[in-house]
Write a protein that binds this ligand. Sequence first.
Ligand SMILES: [Zn+2]
Length: 382
Amino acid sequence: MAPTKVLTGARVVLPTGTVDDGRVIVDGTRIAAGGSPANAETIDLSGHWLLPGFVDLHNHGGGGASFTSGTVDDVLRGIRTHRLHGTTTLVASTVTGDMDFLSRRAGLLSELAEQGEIAGIHFEGPFISPCRKGAHSERLLRDPDPAEVRKLLDAARGHAKMVTLATELPGGIDSVRLLAEHGVIAAVGHTDATYEQTVQAIEAGATVATHLFNAMPPLGHRAPGPITALLEDERVTVELINDGTHLHPAALRLAFHHAGAGRVAFITDAMDAAGFGDGRYMLGPLEVEVADGVARLVEGGSIAGSTLTLDRALQRAVTVDGLPVEDAVAALSANPARLLGMDDRIGSLEPGKDADLVVLDADFALRGVMRRGEWVVDPQPA
Ligand SMILES: [Zn+2]
């Protein structure tokens, strides 16, 4: 068995605040309580930050691989790519496809969930609005008929974690109720709903805003729209893609200001090019061109996911957006972990939880990643 590891000297972000010269003890796969274990390996992380591992609720792939279309090996490569960037827990997102295809996909992904490689599946589409389709294939979109939503849940064998839907479409509210009854997150997104329609969806049980601001009507003073409804309700967590392309920093700060740091989840919405490079890719059935790290549909030019990794989202939040580290960490770890119902195991550095952690240097660049007690990226001293 691996010796106990004692991580010393770092500034450690704990749920109760940041501790200078903190100490985290890793015993096997978990974080252990204090004390001075015998035969321990001491790792000096002076000059570094130590944070809980990142949790990505919304991610379509990376490392050149797609969660929607790749083989099992491809999917594992995508997961591995994001782990190298600090994401120790990931929900694999699909894009719109036909129902049989998505059901087969759910079967493949649910096996990876059973093996502990992913935390579950997020179906983004096909139950979304043609008016706000973004990079989803219009001919494959359909109304959210609860019977069809149910088919996807069944195909995911208990591993469906979230479904993004346009709740204003016929069957939308009944589908939200169905998802809530099954303990699956109903996420409002790719929607053309009004403020009032969005309030109705939240009342029915919707608890997440899929990439707030993107793929929904803008905020207007006479038509406050879904953004206002989602920001003002305490029951809703808002996803934000903090890559500098999807959102202006002021829009990000506005969301943080209104929702508070407890109701924001940073996501990547990453596609294959994340951690890989520019070039031509497929997003489901649609062709995407990635140039300078920005992914756009070849036809029409819609933004088509991101090439973001969560370490960059954090670095940007702190160094560009000026957020307190603790708020950024909540949006990257504790909040998404709680939403997934996994906060007893992950989301913070506390004894008994999985030893999932990220080491950053003073400039918030990644310097180490541990998942379940094993280094994915070996720690580099300051
Ligand atoms: Zn997405």
